[in-house]
Ligand binder design. Structure first.
Ligand code: 9MR
Ligand code: 9MR
Length: 615
């Protein structure tokens, strides 16, 4: 089955930030149900601690979770370690396990396991062989603040609405972007690129994709699906309140609707605006993307972007992403806003029919002037995902038949070691079918569920083979590797829901350890979280590195991560010869290692919401 498995271009990113007292407070105090979420956060300040050779999750560890660290050492024999509390007293001690050569990092490493330590507190350090880790916490509310910040990232990426100081903090406030106010030329009446359509469309709203201000349906569909899926999962687990109304810093807080759904609706409304209206050629399909006619430079504030905006030809992939996200919307929003849910379902049905009528309209990889291509040569997996969502929502036989007749329903390799992504969506279909009760025959349902669990077992075995316990094989460090890592963590979390076996929760939590500092560079890839955290991600507004009057990315923004492909000039100049997991630099110019993107923050938000749940 040609599941598209081509490794994507690689990139890496790193970043550094020293938390201000205010930020530490936000991270430490965030209480259940978003008690920390009404105060606008202070921006991370530009300072950085040096990397250490004792690599820990720099945010910390959960009292009832795994607690492991990796130590760079060439010693062939075990070394003693000490866990010290903030007062310097030894809280626990033991011996390392020699792990030896680690291909991804190019390092020789030892492992430390202090999972059995039961105490809680802040300011712990781990010392091995005279070297000491960054300080970290052990506490039950560890992930409350990051859950809020990772979700609030999406508000700050909104197009077509002012970003309010009262919600985002003064440094992050900005006027609405792309509402047709000069010098903007969009997005209220956007023409197509030459030859594609003879009319204009209002495609305002949605989220900017990343450091650029393009809006791409396949990536938007994936990211919004992950946020809504996160809510649906939390609800099944009995933790919906943690993502409920007034838990996030969004303008809709207090409207009685869960904030994560308010945020997601901002994108869903945009996605539906990208659908070709009835009466026009290829009605029901979705335009692939809207973006600037030429690349803008850095910095470019959204409201200052003077480039013409253009709609690019509709694609089958975009149409099916819309179908999947809108079908999910119809199901999940139904209890909160029946009219909106009905509008989503109508859009999803029309998209599905249009994709069936136009099954092979592919977006070309060459279309990357002024915006990314987001090309995809195989859309059978998008058909499968959309059919699964439509079936889960409607229970109708035609969608069930589309599910069961898809080769992706029975293929054994839909979950790859790299994980799912905007090109590879069949796993999303499996996850929906496995978790949302439907009418599949019991044996078929059991098989689908087993495939998710077996994928999680595969991730656990990948982790066991890595010096840094990361669910990514050594050849998996591509552009956006942190997104792949986080996605794989979510698969393990789903397996935990399906089986209640602790090892899957352990795998999901250790995925966060990697992203927050237990990695080859001792790098927290999440702004504002960790002593040595990313802060100069590639972004046209959060471009402090280029213009001191602009802010760094807000706390909770994850960098794309290590990319062995070195696909930008900065990475090529600064990182030649890097080991795959070390191909990252916290420089704003390194877009192939250090950009932010909605499809990377979405699984971070998903995973931290999972990790924050207690009891
Ligand atoms: O800034 C762009 C970034 O958002 C994209 O991810 C990346 C790849 O599509 O391209 C960046 O733009 C660069 C362009 O590709 C080449 N000229 C310099 C642009 C700004 O760094
Ligand atoms: O995440 C995308 C990655 O898989 C591709 O290899 C890369 C180059 O095509 O593009 C990445 O997506 C970028 C998009 O093209 C433009 N907006 C920023 C995205 C993140 O870098």
């Amino acid at each position: 089955m040609p599941v598209s498995l081509l490794p994507r271009p690689c990139g890496a990113r790193a970043a550094t930030a020293l938390l201000t007292g205010a930020l530490l407070l936000i991270a430490a105090q965030s209480a259940p149900a978003g008690a920390d979420s009404s105060a606008a956060p202070a921006p991370p300040t530009a300072a950085s601690a040096a990397p250490s050779a004792v690599q820990v999750n720099q945010l910390g560890y959960l009292p009832d979770g795994p607690k492991r660290a990796t130590v760079v050492s060439a010693s062939a024999t075990a070394l003693p370690w000490q866990l010290r509390d903030a007062a310097g007293r030894t809280a626990a001690s033991g011996s390392t396990t020699v792990r030896g050569a680690d291909a991804a990092s190019g390092q020789s490493v030892h492992l430390v396991d202090f999972s059995s330590y039961q105490g809680t507190g802040t300011g712990y350090t781990l010392t091995v062989d005279g070297r000491t880790s960054h300080p970290f916490d052990i506490r039950a509310n560890l992930y409350d603040g990051l859950r809020t910040d990772a979700m609030s990232f999406f508000y700050q990426q909104r197009s077509g609405i002012p970003i309010e100081a009262s919600l985002a903090g003064a440094a992050y406030a900005r006027p609405a972007g792309h509402l047709g106010v000069a010098p903007n030329r969009g997005d209220t009446a956007v023409p197509c690129v030459s030859g594609v359509c003879d009319y204009v469309r209002d495609v305002r709203g949605g989220w900017y994709d990343a450091g650029d201000q393009g809006k791409y349906v396949v990536n938007g569909g994936l990211a919004v699906w992950q946020l809504v899926n996160s809510f649906e999962r939390a609800k099944r687990a009995g933790h919906a309140a943690a993502l409920g109304d007034a838990t996030l810093r969004v303008p809709e807080r207090g409207n009685g609707i869960p904030d994560v759904l308010d945020e997601s609706r901002w994108e869903l409304e945009f996605l539906m605006r990208m659908q070709i209206p009835e009466g026009k050629p290829r009605a029901g399909m979705a335009f692939h993307k809207v973006h600037d006619a030429a690349w803008t430079g850095l910095p470019t504030r959204p409201e200052q972007d003077a480039e013409p905006r253009e709609l690019h030809a509709p694609s089958t992939a975009a149409t099916l992403n819309l179908a999947a996200a809108a079908a999910q919307c119809a199901r999940v929003y139904a209890p909160y806003d029946a009219a909106f849910a009905a509008r989503c379902l109508d859009s999803a049905r029309r998209a599905w029919a249009a994709a069936r009528a136009n099954p092979d309209v592919l977006a070309p990889g060459s279309d990357s002037t002024g915006g990314g291509a987001y090309d995809d040569g195989e859309v059978g997996d998008e058909f499968y995902w959309a059919a699964a969502e439509l079936y889960a929502t409607t229970g109708e036989a035609r969608y069930r038949d589309a599910v069961t007749s898809s080769p992706y329903h029975t293929a054994s390799d839909v979950f790859t070691p790299f994980g799912f992504g905007w090109q590879d969506t069949a796993p999303l279909g499996r996850i929906v079918l496995a978790t949302v009760p439907g009418g599949l025959p019991a044996t078929d349902l059991a098989r689908v569920r087993a495939s998710v669990v077996s994928a999680a077992d595969g991730q656990l075995s990948t982790m066991a083979g890595q010096g840094y316990g990361v669910p990514l094989p050594a050849d998996g460090y591509v552009w956006g590797s942190n997104g792949q890592v986080a996605n794989n963590g979510t698969v393990m979390a789903v397996a935990y829901e399906l089986t209640e076996q602790r090892r899957y929760r352990t795998g999901a939590l250790e995925t966060l350890d990697y992203l927050l500092g237990r990695n080859a560079l001792g790098q927290s890839y999440v702004t504002g979280y960790g002593e040595h955290a990313a802060q100069n991600q590639h972004h046209r507004f959060w471009a402090h590195q280029y213009d001191a009057s602009l802010p760094n990315p807000p706390a909770g923004s994850i960098a794309g991560g290590a990319n062995a492909g070195l696909e930008d000039p900065v990475a090529q100049e600064k990182l030649p010869g890097c080991a795959p997991a070390a191909c990252y630099i916290d420089d704003i110019g390194s877009y192939s290692t250090n950009e932010v993107a909605i499809n990377w923050n979405a699984p971070l938000a998903w995973l931290t919401a999972f990790a924050a749940e207690r009891g």
